[in-house]
Design a protein around this ligand. Structure first.
Ligand SMILES: Cc1cc2nc3c(=O)[nH]c(=O)nc-3n(C[C@H](O)[C@H](O)[C@H](O)COP(=O)(O)OP(=O)(O)OC[C@H]3O[C@@H](n4cnc5c(N)ncnc54)[C@H](O)[C@@H]3O)c2cc1C
Length: 349
């Protein structure tokens, strides 16, 4: 069972660690070994952690031509390696790179690919059962790939928890020959332009404050940001809020954005459309503020605040600011208690 490892120059991406834990568990049930494939320039230093997180072997392909993602380099290299070694399963993160690369490799190999999976398990006869959203997240379906090999899936970041690294585990590192020439690459990376992002990544945040169309304006969205700041939360947004330019795309939660599972998700002016909910339904506690008592988001909310954000948000920010001045922090429970004590609030559980 193979895991294609997403990484930056000096860090393994969380989704790769999540996949390694999952692969370890599935491979043990099938009696397979776990091979991690690490492509990059001078990335061998990442191999020990990959071993500790579940891989038996790391295939290490290093070349300056693999320093930045280039489909012209990565696609043939991986397709050839898979053709030669014939793994039965290949798992990828549903990251920008995984979403681009996995279908290219699948097409070259003539096999299938279940993309954007939220769950991967095994059937009774040992086939990979790949669960993915369909019809815009209104339903999910189980996909199996009974004949073509390898069975391939991309898994959404945050869909499964990462296992704790086991320092006693060590992977065997196998160098892979890279015979690439720069002449064979039709694409050339000119420049990487970093989109400025606030410190907290939504997929890793424990607490998220999200704003939707109901926030009403850029100024309204600043209140969402202030609330996030006061609670040490990451800011997220629904698609209309991103489309309006109030938040960058990397903050979008939902079917065409990120999947998150924080301890607390505070949804401000978000109706709870399926396309959004599919990305946050695994949050441990959901607080929703909405003026429409019949908004679908209330069906999954633990604390409902039926009220106008233009009143609720400034007053909540003010109360939390006072709390923070008095105690130094505003913990989740205080946020929940403050919300539940607001005049418009109805606590459902
Ligand atoms: C293929 C596809 C992919 C999509 N992917 C995503 C995705 O990844 N993420 C996503 O979010 N959406 C996605 N969408 C869009 C999705 O279907 C919804 O349109 C969107 O989630 C609605 O966003 P919203 O809740 O912010 O806005 P709305 O549905 O317009 O809801 C606004 C809410 O704010 C409330 N409100 C308004 N004013 C106030 C006020 N003053 N005080 C309190 N409450 C107020 C309203 O009662 C309403 O419930 C996708 C759609 C498609 C077709």
């Amino acid at each position: 069972m193979w895991v294609i490892v997403d990484h930056t120059s000096d860090e393994v991406e969380d989704v790769a660690l999540e996949l390694l834990g999952l692969a370890r568990e599935l491979a043990d049930r099938l009696g397979l070994s776990v091979v991690a494939v690490l492509l990059g320039d001078d990335v061998g230093g990442l191999a020990p952690l990959i071993g500790q997180c579940g891989a038996d072997t790391v295939y290490l392909a290093e070349s300056p031509l693999l320093g930045a993602y280039n489909p012209d380099a990565h696609t043939p290299l991986l397709a050839d390696l898979i053709r030669r070694q014939r793994p039965s399963i290949v798992l990828w993160g549903a990251t920008d790179q995984g979403r681009d690369l996995a279908p290219r490799v699948a097409a070259r190999l003539g096999t299938g690919l279940a993309s954007n999976c939220t769950r991967i398990d095994l059937s009774e006869d040992g086939l990979l059962v790949m669960t993915r959203p369909v019809y815009g997240g209104k339903a999910s379906c189980d996909v199996v790939c009974p004949q073509a090999r390898p069975q391939m899936a991309t898994l959404q970041p945050g869909a499964v928890p990462a296992k704790r690294p086991d320092p006693s585990r060590q992977a065997q590192v196998v160098p892979i020959d890279v015979s690439l020439s720069s002449q064979s690459l039709r694409l050339r990376l000119e420049e990487v332009i970093k989109i400025p992002s606030s410190a907290l990544d939504v997929t890793e945040a424990e607490v998220i404050v999200a704003g939707g169309r109901g926030v009403g304006s850029e100024e309204g969205f600043h209140l969402v940001e202030q609330l996030a700041h006061l609670t040490g939360a990451a800011v997220a947004a629904s698609r209309p809020a991103v489309d309006a330019g109030w938040a960058p795309y990397e903050r979008q939660v939902g079917l065409s954005g990120k999947t998150v599972a924080p301890r607390l998700y505070l949804a401000c002016g978000i109706s709870g459309a399926n396309h959004h909910v599919v990305g946050m339904k695994d949050s441990r506690a959901v607080v929703a503020i909405n003026r429409d008592p019949y908004a679908p988001i209330f069906q999954i909310a633990d604390v409902k605040v039926v009220g106008d954000l233009r009143q609720v948000l400034p007053s909540l920010v003010e109360r939390l600011r006072r709390l923070r001045q008095e105690r130094g922090t505003a913990e989740d429970e205080e946020v929940l208690r403050t919300l539940a004590n607001m005049p418009a609030a109805r606590q459902v559980s």
